[in-house]
Design a protein around this ligand. Structure first.
Ligand SMILES: Nc1ncnc2c1ncn2[C@@H]1O[C@H](COP(=O)(O)OP(=O)(O)OP(=O)(O)O)[C@@H](O)[C@H]1O
Length: 236
């Protein structure tokens, strides 16, 4: 569904992504792990069109997206749940959701998301729909950020560190949400620092180091491989 081939991205003269190649199959969740500064967010931003690769190819379904502006990439069905949630503080929860709404394309598969469907998935957002976005807890803000991305009716979701700043019990809930989203037919690329969330939700794990993919395998293979966890994820 999504394929990156030898992608190189720079910040000015800093060569950050140094030939990134991987794919995410339809209906699967792939987790991208790695230490701080490895290039994970840069990968997400490059796919979403917020950064342009200098070299390489990114294909989504039948489209070459690496040359398209971000709004066109979003319209093709790639939704972004950004790092830090980016809730609009001066809007209510309902307004945060409705401002993102986009109708589903006629031939798209999966759920037809609207505000009622998002409220079914996250009842707490309905209970608090008149509150301002910033009056929510961290976990509820993460639900709002996911709900806002769903309102664009994506086929594919990019999630940038959904566990950031959340308590362990809430991180487990985020894992359950990601599994539910997969059941609706969504394909997901999730950047994470939290190994247990990645292993709970993902079908495949990729590890990034210094702007390249250095390891891939299943969650079980990662959990059994202490050398890799130590070398690239700082687990002692
Ligand atoms: N706006 C920017 N300008 C210049 N360099 C940047 C910029 N953003 C990130 N970098 C650099 O690019 C490299 C990769 O950063 P990136 O944010 O992709 O890492 P990451 O793996 O997502 O780590 P983190 O978990 O800390 O966000 C780092 O060396 C970082 O300092």
């Amino acid at each position: 569904m999504l394929e990156l081939a030898d992608v190189h991205t720079y910040y000015g003269t800093s060569h950050i992504l140094q030939g990134v190649t991987f794919s995410v199959p339809s209906g699967k969740c792939v987790a991208l792990l790695g230490r701080n500064g490895a290039g994970k967010s840069t990968t997400i931003h490059t796919i979403a069109g917020l950064l342009k690769p200098k070299k390489g190819d990114i294909r989504f379904q039948d489209h070459k997206v690496s040359t398209l502006p971000s709004h066109q990439i979003s319209r093709l069905g790639i939704g972004l749940v950004p790092q830090g949630r980016r809730i609009f503080p001066s809007l209510t929860i309902r307004e945060n959701l409705t401002m993102a709404a986009r109708k589903r394309k006629a031939n798209d598969s999966g759920t037809d998301w609207d505000i009622e469907k998002v409220y079914e998935l996250f009842p707490v957002l309905k209970e608090r729909e008149k509150n301002m976005g910033t009056q929510l807890s961290g976990g509820q803000q993460q639900m709002l950020a996911i709900g806002r991305a769903l309102m664009t009716n994506p086929q594919f979701l990019l999630m940038d560190e959904p566990s950031e700043g959340l308590a362990p019990v809430i991180i487990d809930q985020v894992g359950e949400i990601v599994c539910k989203l997969k059941e609706t037919g969504l394909s997901i690329l999730m950047v994470e620092q939290n190994i247990s969330l990645a292993c709970q939700a993902a079908d495949e794990i990729l590890i990034m180091n210094k702007g390249t993919i250095v390891w891939n395998g299943t969650p079980v293979e990662l959990l059994e491989n202490e050398d890799i966890q130590h070398k690239y994820l700082g687990v002692s």
